[in-house]
Design a protein around this ligand. Sequence first.
Ligand code: 6R9
Length: 654
Amino acid sequence: MSNESVMGSSLGGDRVFPPSPEFVAQANVADAAIYQTAAADPEAYWAEWAKKLDWIEPWTEVCQWNPPHAKWFVGGKLNVSANCVDRHLKTARRNKAAIIFEGEPGDSRVLTYQDLWREVNKFAGVLTNLGVTKGDRVTIYLPMIPEAAIAMLACTRIGAIHSVVFGGFSADSLRERINDSKSKVVVTSSGSWRRGNIVRLKDTTDAALDGGACPTIENVVVLSRAIDPTMVRMVEGRDHWWHRLEESAPRLTEPVAVDSEDGLFILYTSGSTGKPKGIYHTTGGYLTQANATFQWTFDIKDTDIFWCTADVGWVTGHSYVVYGPLAAGATVLMYEGAPDWPARDRFWATIEKYGVSVFYTAPTAIRSFMKWGTEHLEKHDLSSLRLLGSVGEPINPEAWLWYHENVGHKNCPIVDTWWQTETGAHMITPLPGIVATKPGSATRPFPGITLAVVDEEGNPTPAGKDGLLVIQKPWPSMLRTLWGDDERYKNVYWSKFGEKNLYFAGDGARQDEDGYLWLLGRVDDIMLVAGHNISTMEVESALVDHHAVAEAAVIGRTDAIKGQAICAFVTVKEGQTADEALIKVLKAHVGVKLGPICRPDDILFTAELPKTRSGKIMRRLLRDIAEGRALGDTTTLADPSVVSGLKDKYEQSE
Ligand code: 6R9
């Protein structure tokens, strides 16, 4: 990782986009001195943010750091649902929309803060009646509907720890997560809508539980959606309809006082090998940083309509659909279904329908929109938008510019936010009123975050050199451990640099002369070609830069001479011909953009790339294909047929 980057300004660092004077004039943060203030005393700075929450008992110490274990706001007591709901009722926000819901078939609902308060109270009563108490785990397996947020908040009201499992996961994945967390209750729905089809979540839940496969589960709560309730199998004594349970539940449940370091949630992330990691977050620090980053990164005002397209099954849905927006008293939009249903303009129609002002999505979605063409956007008035965000993967400069021009009509700042399930909230992102952006760079750490790019020994790398991203000081919303496996927690995140106590994020990065951070993807994805470190991300960006290319995934395959050879899997835009001539053109294009060393050795065209269900490209599987190995774990793939198809195609091309 210590080699000089061979790529110069290939990531697009040559263009700088300062915020407009109009944006600056209204920005929540307009004075760059905040960076120095926060850096001078991060604990004092975070304590100021924590004070913006309602505490039942004050903390006695801001941060206790016994590497690698941190405690924040030690001794403080609070309740998350009281912070996300009750406290807004005392203000003018009482009748403000908390959640605007758009169902895939076009059904729509608005819950004010008062409505949300009523629903959270009732469902907290349901959970209590089922015997759930403080510290118990509840698995939530729901689609993107308001009840997902209601169930999460109801858990927090009584101090239960939730484990949300993405509604697209299989019975096996659900079972593994229920058993690892030893949940008492599963909350699910009979069904949900996806691309005009009904997803039968209750059937999957049954498949996970049947035959006593989840011995800790005592009750299943089923919300009725999309399926005639008489057609849903209900197991006597175990399964109960949500609305029936509410009939006999108390209308009010007082929020319990929870210790700042009591558990808030577990969220499983799939490691590249082995069983999923149960990322464990606690209460006070998490809520503090979710609230802070939500308000500052997105420059949130009371008048904003905020739309984060992530599912609540991912951390982005936890922090920026539920906890950040509701702690801040904002209005958040939740959309149930697919971006291309009933047509490819659904997102733009939805932005127009509700007047969305801040829009937060992922590069994988942006690349699909690019592939589909701009005619879908042109049908809609997107002038309500004032800020755009990106999360999940490095955003290719080409995709950034497309987003800027076609969605942001060239006057919305773009916040490219780097963070992880483990970090709980944004760690690297521009503050849109004070940081000029560069397409492809997540810019600089959020105030109060101390991080660096280092070499294999943990020493900072000079500007322009590739290295490893590490976090140097504990931060409020950091994971506290891996659920039930503290040894693994220490090994995965803290062992690489030993005594230096640096959090190893697993991502490659580089800092430029201006101190801007460029994320290079997972370290496992960085190639070593003839002694040069080449980031898969940069070759992908060079390919996507060509007008014919929609998306690219690049991997290094073992090569006897060069160590690794560069192998690219490419999808083309609609109307482009994928042929031998284009392969030649693309190889030459990358050679010119990045230098001859970066020219792909092989290019294979494909209709789809293998992705995780949260939209990240699974390069590990592409390496398996290119190196002729049996495929590794494919359970987190969105569409397993994509890889098997690719494997056949690759073998034929050799
Ligand atoms: C929030 C989320 C974390 C990994 C992370 C990195 C990649 C996320 C990124 C980004 C470059 C960004 N990642 N945001 N890479 N620029 N803006 O996605 O959490 O699902 O745990 O994934 O995603 O590789 O390490 P999670």
